[in-house]
Design a binder for this molecule. Sequence first.
Ligand code: ADP
Ligand code: ZN
Ligand code: ZN
Length: 733
Amino acid sequence: MAIAKVEPLTTARALRGPFDYRLPERLGQVGVGSVLLVPFGHRRVIGVVVALAESSELPPERLAEPVQALAAGATPELVRLGLWVGREYCSTPARGLELVLPPSVGRGGAGPGPRLETLAAATDAGRAALGAQTRLGRRQRRALERLAGERPAAGFELSARQLAAEDGIDRRALERLEDRGLVTLRVEQRLRRPRVVEVGARSNRPSLSADQASAVEAVVAAMDGSASREHLLHGVTGSGKTEVYLAATEAALERGKGAIVLVPEIGLTPQAISRFATRFGDRVALLHSRLAAGERRDEWQRLASGEARICVGPRSAVFAPVGDLGLVVIDEEHDASYKQEGDPRYDAREVARHRAHQAGAALLAGSATPRPESWLGLRRLDLPRRADGRELPPVEVVDLRGGSPRSGPLHPRTMEALAEVREANAKAIVLLNRRGWSPFVCCRACGHAFQCRHCEVSLVLHKDQERLQCHHCGHAEQTSESCPECGSVALARYGAGTERLATLLSGAVGSMPVFRLDSDSAAGAGGHVEILRRFEQAESGVLVGTQMVAKGHDFPDVVLSVVLDADATLRFPDFRAEERTFALVSQLAGRSGRGERGGRVLVQTLAPEAAAIRHAAAHDAQRFLAGELERRRALRYPPFSHLIRIELTAAEAGRAQAVSERVRRALEGGLPAGTELLGPAPRFRLRGRHRRQLLLKAEQRAEAVSAVRGAVEELVKGRELRGSTISVDVDPQ
Ligand code: ADP
Ligand code: ZN
Ligand code: ZN
């Protein structure tokens, strides 16, 4: 008897398969990864076959049969990967499997079917009928005229859609003509291709420098299985890392292998994508969430069928159905967007490593500012120089200490430098990592602070929308003229965000156009790319924005980069604050001086002594990472330990506290040696939920993860966490 072990795609944590089903002949070919509709209790659910067996522990009469086999699902390799993600990140098999299924089966639900197009052509009889005295309806005649009127070449076809739109010829008319043998109709499946926007894409193929060539050689050797498989490509911005990715991908294709190229958030990396699309054309498929559902499905299909062999996309592309994988590239491997924030909270970089390992593929992570983890764990390839041979721009740290708080966000040195840019008719980039007009509004009379009613955070003033916004939950309210507590109209706005800065700059730099790039200004299709393109095409100008301005573009006429409030990221209560600050300052510095006119960088800060800022100013990743690793070792932070964060939320503070203590007790006995358990610690209220956090610092990752998973499952099964939500984050960011 053929048995399928099926994991139902349900969201309930307590409900855990796989469950056995008997496979009847009528279902046809069913294998690991097939998607089935199965009876489940009184319901029917969609499930994924995770294994096949000859027999079941259950007696045959207790085994149900699947109702039907649905569309083809995932490959066995991807099923294994999905199950691994579910386990590794303390989620469920269902959640892990959803990640690897075709877009139409996964989270999106059924989604649209394939786009079918009806094409009409005139037959010989149809052509003859036009001239003869054949009786034709008005629409039928018009259709024949379109299809055969001007003696078009044989095989001339028009789509029914087009005939309907341009001539009002409906479907019925075409079908009548078909019945009469005057027209043939055929249906074709159209694959939708996403449009790739070209931003500074270079189609030329430079000959590789010696450093680039030896990096490619190492990766190719890894692909051929003769050397270490995992590499870190450390190269300053503009050192030609992307050319190395392209060459390594080409080598994979030559070997008949496929490649996955992970890039940070899609909107932020149009250049990287267009370079791959330009170089490899139809062999590239893009997979990301901004595609229309149909496009995504079709791109997925092109990969699954092997028509496309390279997948470029953000973190979820790590699950792309690329067969016979030879290479996985992680571009800008330091980027925080590789961590998924929903369940499962996977880290695409770790999944990439696992998948590459599983497939025997080479892994190539690249960055100018690599993570300490990668610095320590991967074999290093260096591109120490910029590809154009230019020096990195000098960085000047502008000490803000002792300055007057009234002097505004722009230091006089910065104003001077901007004036020089204007005189030189050149371009500048100014980074301030904060959206909105001002981050804090309060009443001068009574001190009332405008806070989110759902979260314990200040509302941010967005002047152009006349709204106060919560950047955590999205709550927004109309700006008010007066204080809701005392009625005073003396409201004060403190601090500046990008919106205010853009206005300030517009006043300060005179005729130079100012472009603002943040998630507010970029909202809407193509917004981000459009803003970058306008900046690119302008003769001179200032690009102001959040960290978005520091990523993935390459404009030769930028001669000045400025970081404002560089220590804002340093003040985050997070052990990665140093790493982030270093990356942000270095990345922005890398955007300057890419052209003939050279460039420079200004960093305004209250913490000029901070290691992250000093080393970034010296372009010295090596020193920074050495020091950072030492600090991490002393504090037992990753990569010298593994962190697992457990968050509990409830509507009442008491309940949140009680359940988190309950979880702590459940964990205490079963943790592997060398695990430190911290908390419960309160976190600020979010979306109306009180929150508590437990943190584990573990030496033995797998054991700690499995202890947490076991404890959580027990508690959920025993319904001990009722009235609360729990989320587990392995390797939190
Ligand atoms: P990175 O990805 O490290 O920022 P890129 O690959 O984007 O660097 O390269 C920066 C610029 O240098 C690009 O315009 C690229 O076309 C060019 N470039 C890269 N490698 C070479 C080379 N070997 N010779 C000439 N130009 C190169
Ligand atoms: Zn007041
Ligand atoms: Zn809120």
